[in-house]
Design a protein around this ligand. Sequence first.
Ligand code: URA
Length: 252
Amino acid sequence: MMSSDAPREGERLQKYLARCGVASRRACEEYITAGRVSINDVVSTELGVRVVEGRDVVTVDGVVVTPPREHVYYVLHKPAGYVTTLDDPESRATVAELFPQDGRRLFTVGRLDRDTTGLLLLTDDGEFANRLMHPRYHVSKSYVARVTGTPGESDLARLRRGVELDDGPTRPAEVERLVNGAGWTDVRITISEGRKRQVRRMFSHIHHPVMRLHRECFGPVTLGTLAEGAVRPLEESEVRALLESATDDGGA
Ligand code: URA
């Protein structure tokens, strides 16, 4: 049905057609006046008519046209035991199993090791994923690492300054001792790189290897109360804040 009773609802037909990728707005106006466009099976030659996405079915030369789908952005509370790939040649359990399959091709924003738990971002927006992972932007990620023994203040200071790993020195990190028990200490560490097994390698370097690793935050996004194994869509404000954190001066 057209929106004659609510004239401001929806958008102008030619604009909608252009958004669907039919042609330029000007060319779409010509399609309309030529009688090639129907709304809900009724030919519409009027330029001013409005349509509502998801309610009105619009066809051009008898073919239904729809706007491109908006991108999706998710946060997953990854449990241990799942590999961060969407298709594993070795048939191991993957994070893809934790998502409803709706035909979209999802990308993970970086990786967590199989035994690491916590916050993992997934999206079908490849450009967004690449941007957040680009080494130039230094988006921060916070982890709680349970490490063996009790690292001393001087060990933690080394991690803060940066340590020399096989693939080069690490950038300065924030490091905070949380609690310790018999033979272990929990340490919160915030790094602004995403090198492979970086946190584990940093703690091995100071001879306090990681026993358990959990990611709490990725840039401005936190897990909050999301249960292990659960997924939630990111708020629009979170998507915006993530993009802002990946700017030239965002996270340096
Ligand atoms: N650093 C690691 O060592 N492992 C992870 O899974 C993430 C960061």
